[in-house]
Design a protein around this ligand. Structure first.
Ligand code: G16
Ligand code: MG
Length: 208
C-alpha cells in the first residue's frame, strides 16, 4: 500500500534532457568536437560535474579544476536560459492528473532529482504546490545509484521506505530506489529498467 510517492524530474515529469543536450552541445562545439544525442544518453540522471567529466572524456580533452568550473558554469547559464522558457505545456502526459489523484488519496509526494535547478523548473511548470517535499541536487552529496536522495525523500515525508514508491526513468535511479528499500516504477524501456518492480511508458499509463 503506497503512502508516499517520490518522483525523479528529468524524464518522468518533464523532458529537460533535450535542453541539457543543447547546452552541452554548445560547449562541446566551443571545445572543437561534436556532441551527439547518443552521447547525451550517458548524461541522463548524472550530476552536472560528472556529466562534464564524461563530456570531456568523449572529446579527449583535459582541463584544470578551474577550467572545469568555468565550463560547468557556462553550460548551466545556457541551460537556465532554455528552462526559463518552460511552461505547463511541457509537462509530460499524465503528470498533473496522476499527482493530483495521489494527493486526493492522501499520498505524500516528494521530488528526488539530481538537478540543482529543480525548484526553478517546478515553478516554471506550475506544479510546486503538488509537492510536500523537494530533495534535489543541492540537498544530496551522493549521486544515484546511491540511495541518499530517496532516503531523504522518505524522511521528509515522514514515511518508511517500504511505504514509498519511486518513479524513475534512469537505470541508476531505479537502482537507487531499490537500494533505499522503496518499490520502484520504471518509466521507459523494460530492458533498461529490468530491476524495477513495474515498468510503464509514462505516468499517463497509471491515470485511471
Ligand atoms: C537531471 C538530468 C541530468 C543532469 C542532472 C543535474 O537529473 O537527468 O542530465 O545532469 O539533473 O542537473 P543540473 O545541472 O540542473 O544540476 P534527474 O535526477 O532529475 O533525472
Ligand atoms: Mg531522470
Amino acid at each position: 500500500h503506497m503512502k508516499g510517492a517520490i518522483f525523479d524530474l528529468d524524464g518522468v515529469i518533464v523532458d529537460t534532457a533535450k535542453y541539457h543536450f543543447l547546452a552541452w552541445r554548445e560547449l562541446a562545439k566551443e571545445l572543437g568536437f561534436e556532441f551527439t544525442e547518443e552521447h547525451n544518453e550517458r548524461l541522463k540522471g548524472v550530476s552536472r560535474v560528472e556529466s562534464l567529466r564524461i563530456l570531456l572524456d568523449i572529446g579527449g580533452i583535459e582541463a584544470s579544476e578551474a577550467e572545469q568550473q568555468r565550463m560547468a558554469q557556462e553550460k548551466n547559464d545556457r541551460y537556465v536560459q532554455f528552462i526559463s522558457q518552460l511552461d505547463e505545456s511541457e509537462l509530460l502526459p499524465g503528470v498533473r492528473q496522476y499527482l493530483t489523484g495521489l494527493r486526493e488519496r492522501g499520498v505524500g509526494i516528494a521530488l528526488g532529482s539530481a538537478s540543482k535547478n529543480a525548484e526553478f523548473i517546478l515553478e516554471r511548470l506550475h506544479i510546486s504546490g503538488l509537492f510536500d517535499a523537494v530533495i534535489d541536487g543541492n540537498k544530496v552529496s551522493k549521486a544515484k545509484p546511491d540511495p541518499e536522495v530517496f532516503l531523504k525523500g522518505c524522511e521528509a515525508l515522514g514515511l518508511a521506505p517500504s511505504a514509498c514508491v519511486v518513479f524513475e526513468d534512469a537505470a541508476a535511479g531505479v537502482e537507487a530506489g531499490k537500494a533505499a528499500g522503496c518499490s520502484v516504477v520504471g518509466i521507459g524501456r523494460p530492458d533498461i529498467l529490468a530491476e524495477a518492480d513495474l515498468v510503464v511508458g509514462g505516468l499517463a499509463d497509471l491515470v485511471e
